[in-house]
Structures are given as C-alpha cells and as structure tokens.
Design a protein around this ligand. Structure first.
Ligand code: KIV
Length: 274
C-alpha cells in the first residue's frame, strides 16, 4: 500500500500564508478531492488548497445536482481526505440546508471541523447569508463564501447558468461580496460569472479570491479533479481544461495545472465568460 505523505513533514499551508502570497501578487491552486489517495497526490503535485466539494454528489454519487448531499456524507469524505492531506489547507463544503440558521451553521461547521478535519468551511452565499457568516466567524471558524453560480440553488436558478450577466445582478453581486467579507468571510469563491465582473470583485476584495469559470483575475483557480483529468461524463463547461489529454502520469497533469495557475496561463481567454 502506498504512503500518503512520505518523507519530512512540510509546513501546513494556512490562511495567513495565502493572504501573504496574494499581497505579494502571487497565485495559488485549489482542486477538489474526495479520498485520501487523491488528496495526497494532488498536494504532492503542489496544490495548496484541497476542497472537499459537495460536487461529490455528482461525480462520486452520480446525482444530477449537489442537493442530495448530507452533512454525514461530507464528514465521511472529509475525514478520508484529511488522512491523505498533510500540507494543504483543507476546505470543506457545507451541504444544502446545513446552514439555514446561524445555530445550525455553527453546529454543522463544528462537526465538519471536529469529525471531518476541515480547516475552513465553504458555503454558498449572498446578502441573505451575512448573519450566518458572522456567526461562524465569531466562533473562530474560517469561512469561504461562494458567489455567482451557486449549484445548491440550481432549481431556483433554473439550471446551471452563468450569473451576473445583467447590470443589476452584477451590481448586487459586488455588494454581496462586500457584505460577506465585512461579516467575516476569509475567502471568496466566484463561479461562472463574466470575467470583467470577477475582476471588479477581486480588485475590491481584501481577502483571497478563488475563481472557477470567472476568468483570469482571481488570485487562485479551482477545478473539479475529475474534470481536470477529463473523466467526467457529458459535455464540459467552457472553463474546463483536460490536463491529461496528452497522456502521462496523473501527478504530472496536476502539476501542469498548478504551474499554469501560478504563471497565469490558465485560464486563457477561451475559458472565460463575457
Ligand atoms: O463542490 C465543488 O466542487 C465546488 C467547486 C466546483 C468550486 O464548489
């Protein structure tokens, strides 16, 4: 059986490191993982934030959306990933309806941290989640606020669609990002929004911003691991790049993603929405 993190223990990536990196104009890479083996492989390839995404509902469980994913399932996968992840910062999604009130959010985030080993939680938010973010922050729980396309709201949004395309929606998203940061969000994640809007939000942010389908401006990029490996079934969104297309070892494909994110070569104009 393979070792998850052989050799000398490297220092753990912390929020402070990431803030310093961003302040110096640097970038970092984030990738999803759902098990210990891939967690270890991707952090050894240079990924600094490992996300246990509720995308596991789709890519692991085979659902059409992330809505059926439960807190118990997130804890299970997070604990698996935590055993393989020794250096990267471990961020874990709060699933649908696990943060409907401040009390419920604190209780469930506490479980993700204590039982699942999370170091940071991510929730899908807008102005309506300001109180939730403030309650988590007051308890010392690091929070990433996920704006733009929020897959847990897919039924209300009427599908997986690019968000913030009209002026009013774009203005609202800029304001939501400001309010969530003011409430204590330590990071923002922007999914599927026009590149110019992501640039406006990133420029105004005082915390690291991760993008997916949000153009080149955010300080970091995230992809679903199975998309990066080109093994997700069906038509892929335009921001996805298959890093295994040319063949070779998986670890080298992930290392190419990390290098392209850090050098600003990914995402290219062909991956962005306007
Ligand atoms: O669940 C997930 O994997 C995510 C990323 C796509 C950002 O939220």
């Amino acid at each position: 059986m393979s070792q998850h993190s052989g050799g000398e223990a490297a220092a753990r990536v912390t929020l402070r490191h990431l803030r310093e990196r961003v302040a110096e104009g640097g970038r970092f890479a984030c990738l999803t993982a759902y098990d210990a083996t891939f967690a270890s492989l991707i952090e050894n390839a240079g990924v600094e934030v490992v996300l246990v995404g509720d995308s596991l509902g789709m890519v692991i469980q085979g659902h059409d959306t992330t809505v059926p994913v439960t807190v118990e399932q997130m804890i299970y996968h997070s604990a698996c990933v935590a055993r393989g992840c020794r250096r990267a910062l471990l961020m874990v999604d709060m699933p649908f309806l696990s943060y409907a009130s401040p009390q419920q959010a604190v209780a469930n985030a506490g479980r993700l941290m204590q039982e699942g080993g999370a170091q940071m939680v991510k929730l899908e938010g807008a102005a309506a989640q300001v109180e939730i973010v403030a309650a988590l922050s007051a308890q010392g729980i690091p929070v990433c606020a996920h704006l733009g396309l929020r897959p847990q709201s897919v039924h209300k949004a009427g599908g997986f669609r690019v968000q913030g395309r009209d002026e009013a929606a774009a203005r609202q998203m800029v304001e939501d990002a400001r309010l969530l940061e003011q409430a204590g969000a330590d990071m923002l994640l922007l999914e599927c929004i026009p590149a110019p809007l992501a640039e406006t939000i990133t420029r105004g942010a005082g915390v690291p911003v991760i993008g997916i389908g949000a153009g080149p401006a955010p300080h970091a990029q995230v992809l679903v691991l199975y998309d990066l490996l080109g093994i997700t079934a069906g038509r892929q969104p335009r921001f996805v790049k298959n890093y295994l297309a040319g063949g070779g070892p998986i670890q080298e494909a992930v290392a190419r993603f990390v290098e392209e994110v850090k050098s600003g070569r990914y995402p290219g104009p062909e991956h962005a929405f306007r």
